[in-house]
Design a protein around this ligand. Structure first.
Ligand SMILES: [Zn+2]
Length: 235
C-alpha cells in the first residue's frame, strides 16, 4: 500500500458543483495556499480536492497508466521481471492493473488475487502515478519471488522497505522539499523507514506504531540492501 497523506477526512460530503469549478474553485485554492481558510474550510477544501471530477480523474489515470506501460523504463523493467515469474507468462501483469476511486488515504494497493489498484482520486500527477505503480509492482514481484506472507509482520516490513526504496517515492528531491537540505543519505533512509512503518502499522496483526517501528528496524539491513531485480537503486 502506498500512503499519500496524513490528513483525516471521513464521512464528509462534496461541496455544491458551483464551488468545485471555475472562479469559485480558483478562489478557494488560492485562499487555501495562502492559509486564509478556517480549519473547517481547509478540511472541506482537501476533501473536495480529492473527490471532485472523479470520472475525469479515472480517465486521466487510465491514460497515464497506458503511457507508463509503454514508456517508463522502471515500470517496463519491473513488468518484465514479474512476467518471467508468472505461471502463465502470456498473462501479463499489465492486464491486472486497475484505476479506481479509493475511499482511504492511499495511492494504490496490491492484492495477490485482484492485482494492482491505482487510486485515481489520490494521484496528482503522471509522475506520482509512476512511483505508486512501481511501488505496487515491487509488491507483486515479491509475492511471486519470495512467497510473501503478509500475516507475518517481518515479511510485510521487508516488502514495504523494498517498495519504497525501489519506487522513487523517497527520491532525494522530494525529501529536501519536505525536510530541508543536508545529510542526503540519511534523509533517503529515514523516508523509506517512515513510509514502511506507516504501512506496517496498518496491518491488522500490528498492535501499534512502536511495534511497526521495531519490526522495520529488525529486518532493515537485509531488506534495504536487497535491490532485486534492480542491480542497485537508481534514484
Ligand atoms: Zn506498499
Amino acid at each position: 500500500m502506498t500512503e499519500v497523506s496524513d490528513t483525516v477526512t471521513k464521512s464528509q460530503q462534496l461541496s455544491p458543483t458551483s464551488e468545485l469549478n471555475g472562479f469559485s474553485w480558483w478562489k478557494r485554492e488560492m485562499s487555501y495556499r495562502l492559509g486564509l481558510l478556517s480549519s473547517g474550510e481547509m478540511q472541506q477544501f482537501e476533501y473536495d480536492y480529492y473527490n471532485r471530477n472523479l470520472p475525469e480523474k479515472c480517465q486521466q489515470c487510465d491514460k497515464d497508466l497506458q503511457w507508463m506501460l509503454k514508456y517508463s523504463p522502471g515500470v517496463i523493467f519491473m513488468m518484465d521481471n514479474i512476467n518471467k515469474l508468472q505461471k502463465d507468462p502470456s498473462d501479463s501483469i499489465a492486464n491486472h492493473i486497475t484505476c479506481d476511486v479509493c475511499p482511504d488515504l492511499q495511492g494504490g494497493g496490491f492484492h495477490p488475487k485482484y492485482g494492482i489498484l491505482l487510486c485515481a482520486n489520490r494521484l496528482q500527477s503522471k509522475w506520482q502515478l509512476e512511483d505508486v505503480l512501481t511501488h505496487e509492482l515491487v509488491h507483486a514481484y515479491d509475492h511471486l519471488k519470495f512467497k510473501v506472507d503478509l500475516n507475518d509482520l517481518n515479511h510485510h516490513a521487508c516488502t514495504e522497505i523494498r517498495a519504497s526504496t525501489l519506487s522513487g517515492e523517497c527520491r532525494i528531491f522530494n525529501e529536501i522539499k519536505k525536510t530541508g537540505l543536508g545529510n542526503f543519505g540519511k534523509k533517503f533512509q529515514d523516508c523509506v523507514k517512515r513510509r514502511a512503518t506507516i504501512s506496517v502499522s496498518h496491518n491488522p496483526n500490528c498492535s501499534s506504531m512502536e511495534e511497526a517501528e521495531k519490526v522495520v528496524d529488525r529486518v532493515w539491513q537485509s531488506c534495504f540492501n536487497d535491490t532485486r531485480p534492480f542491480e542497485r537503486v537508481y534514484r
